[in-house]
Design a protein around this ligand. Sequence first.
Ligand SMILES: [Fe+2]
Ligand SMILES: [Fe+2]
Length: 268
Amino acid sequence: MSKLQQPVMLSALMAGDSWTVLPAFVPVPGMGVLPVNSFLLQGSEPLLVDTGLAMLGDAYLEVLASEIDLDDLCWIWLSHTDADHIGNLASVLERAPKAKVVTNFLGMGKMNMLGHDLSRVHLLEPGARLELSDRTLTPVRPLYYDAPETIGFMDSRSGTFFAADSFGALLPDIVSTFEEIDEDSLRDGMALWSTVDAPWLTSADQAKFAQALSAMRQIAPERILSGHLPVANRGVERLTRIVHEFWCTDTERVADPLSIEMVAASLG
Ligand SMILES: [Fe+2]
Ligand SMILES: [Fe+2]
């Protein structure tokens, strides 16, 4: 089990030709470590996906600034407004005067309540895509999530699917690649993370969820970017199989002790 005591920011890594991952890990006492990633699309209209953990502060900004001149940053795609995804939003906006924040109506409302500058928002209307000069990002609701404003996307040009909190895993220790995670660690780590992050999955319709998993396989992304997993190149089969085994079969699925049904039964 990891001996990591403090969150740590690692150096940026390429994910295919056009994407870069800015990886960090946060210790979760007794359970291992949680990857916390943000991502950068370089090119004619640079776009940052999420802004990392606030507790990383300068370390985060240093790695980001080593990858891009922040004066050039055009967009910040906000997956959702959780602390591990918008931690350095205000500092990035301050250093990136041109950047607009891409979010939806609920995301904007939550930004407002957190005191962020709404004049920098580019509101994604339902059904709208983000058209960049060299590619289109198609918004998609990830398979599971912990905040209803969550928006992932598909970048068809590079075959890159951003899944926000989906496919995250608590891991025994820091790793740099998806391929080096052994099957048991990945399975247990994803089961634990999805149970914590999306407890509503215990009552989700198994057949419908299985359909969503097969739609994910049909999209067949070349790589999956998750906020909480190393970049999964050619990982769609492996990841959807694990999620299917855990959430779409009765043998694996566990009941939620806080569900209304369980509490009603305990109250007699
Ligand atoms: Fe979240
Ligand atoms: Fe998250």
